[in-house]
Structures are given as structure tokens and as C-alpha cells.
Design a protein around this ligand. Structure first.
Ligand SMILES: O=P(O)(O)O[C@H]1O[C@H](CO)[C@@H](O)[C@H]1O
Ligand SMILES: O=c1cc[nH]c(=O)[nH]1
Length: 234
């Protein structure tokens, strides 16, 4: 047990999918895993471990924002031995060429700040995905007929942004979408020598203002989960 995860030693798999929403973790466990067991309920941040096509895998909520993700990713890596961490999240599109429901594979994650800023100080470290995972995810997406966008995303610290000029700058620099966790996941993966990737589904569009209807969310998220699982065990 750790401060924030109630699982016993050995109850978390080496491969962990990380949705922000703990109820998405429950849905993934119920929909995709065999013999899934709930291994964490602390603070309602559910974690489950089960099997996908015979591979042992966990799915654990990360909460929203980099400080929350940092707590869970640190404990999963340092205390439970997680070696492959794949975020499965929602994001807002920042390009006209990206549509609601599309999947984004985040090659890099820019940010204004992360919990790692105290370590990097004046250095602009470039958080990036594990290349093997990224490539496997792109291959998996192609196999299942999805057409993912692969490129840079923006990990923001706030959802209600008072700096629209920043979004415009991101758009001008080709950033595909905005979410709130990937940059710190990539920082932590680099620090601890483990693999990380963020696979994202576009839930809303910052330019067109379109949004995914609530009833369509789960079916749209299924493609991203499938890509993440295929990539993890490629
Ligand atoms: O859908 P999740 O994985 O929570 O991801 C996105 O949604 C939340 C904001 O609504 C933030 O956590 C953001 O990163
Ligand atoms: O963080 C997020 C997630 C979805 N949509 C956004 O605009 N931001």
C-alpha cells in the first residue's frame, strides 16, 4: 500500500492504462478486461487489474491535472514497478484538420509548467513519448482502420483558460490538441526509465466549438483503448 493506492504488492501489472476519470477506468476494466479485480478505491480513484488477450494489465485513474497524475504515476512506477504507462484521455482539438472523435497520438507534450518545473528550472526539457510505443500505436490504429493524428499536444494546467492568446500560439505551431496530464507523464517516464504514451480522443473543438455528445463518449473512447492495449503488447 502507498499513501494513495491501496493495492497490495503484486496487485498492479507492469502495464498500466491511465485515464483521468476513475469511472473510465471502471468502464475499461468491465469492457475490455477478463477477470478484472478492483485493487484500489482510495479517494475513489479506482484501479483495476485483469487480463487482455492473456496479458496482465491494470487500469488506474490519474485524476485531472499534472499534480494529480504525478502522485499516481510516481507511486505506480516507484512502489508497484509499473514499466509501461499509457494515458487514455480526452482532449480539445486545436487544428481545423482535427475533428471531434478523432484519435491523437501525442509525440510530444508542451507545457507552461509541470510538477517537474522545480527540477528543470531554466531548462526547457522536451517531454516526448516512447518511440516504440508510439510506432506500435500508429501500426495498431492502421490495422483497426483508425486514422490517428500523430504530433505535438499541449498539456495545460488549467481547464478554464484566461489566456486565449496561448491557444492561438499553440495552434500556429501545429499543436494538435490540449489536455492536462501528458507532459508530466512523459517527464516522469524519462526520469525513471519507463515507457509512456498518451493516446487521446478529441471530445471537443476549441476552434469550431463542437463537442462530443455525452451519449457518444464511451463508444468513441473504445477505439483509443483498443489502440493503447494493442500498442502495449505489440
Ligand atoms: O478525460 P481525461 O483523461 O480526464 O482528460 C482531460 O479531461 C480533463 C478535463 O476535463 C483533464 O483531465 C483533461 O486532460
Ligand atoms: O483538458 C481538456 C480536455 C478536453 N478539452 C479541453 O479543452 N481541455
Amino acid at each position: 500500500m502507498t499513501v494513495h493506492i491501496g493495492a497490495n504488492p503484486g496487485e498492479i501489472a507492469e502495464t498500466v492504462l491511465l485515464p483521468g476519470d476513475p469511472l473510465r477506468a471502471e468502464w475499461v476494466a468491465q469492457t475490455f478486461l477478463d477477470d478484472a479485480e478492483c485493487v484500489n478505491r482510495v479517494r475513489g480513484m479506482y484501479g483495476f487489474t485483469g487480463f487482455w488477450k492473456g496479458h496482465r494489465v491494470s487500469v488506474h485513474g490519474s485524476g485531472m491535472g499534472m499534480p494529480s497524475l504525478s502522485i499516481y504515476a510516481n507511486e505506480l512506477i516507484r512502489d508497484y514497478g509499473a514499466k509501461t504507462l499509457i494515458r487514455i484521455g480526452s482532449c480539445g482539438a486545436m487544428q481545423q484538420s482535427v475533428s471531434v472523435r478523432d484519435v491523437i497520438l501525442a509525440m510530444t507534450a508542451s507545457s507552461l509548467s509541470t510538477p517537474s518545473r522545480g527540477i528543470f528550472r531554466e531548462l526547457n526539457f522536451a517531454p516526448c513519448a516512447d518511440y516504440g510505443l508510439l510506432r506500435a500505436a500508429a501500426d495498431a490504429a492502421e490495422r483497426i482502420g483508425a486514422k490517428p493524428h500523430v504530433g505535438g499536444i499541449y498539456s495545460a494546467d488549467v481547464f478554464y483558460d484566461e489566456r486565449p492568446d496561448l491557444n492561438e500560439i499553440m495552434t500556429r505551431h501545429g499543436i494538435l490538441g490540449v489536455e492536462m496530464e501528458a507532459a508530466e507523464l512523459y517527464n516522469l517516464a524519462a526520469r525513471h526509465g519507463v515507457r509512456a504514451l498518451a493516446v487521446l480522443t478529441v471530445s471537443d473543438h476549441l476552434i469550431t466549438q463542437e463537442a462530443l455528445p455525452a451519449e457518444d463518449r464511451q463508444s468513441s473512447f473504445a477505439e483509443m483503448v483498443e489502440i493503447a492495449l494493442e500498442a502495449a503488447f505489440a
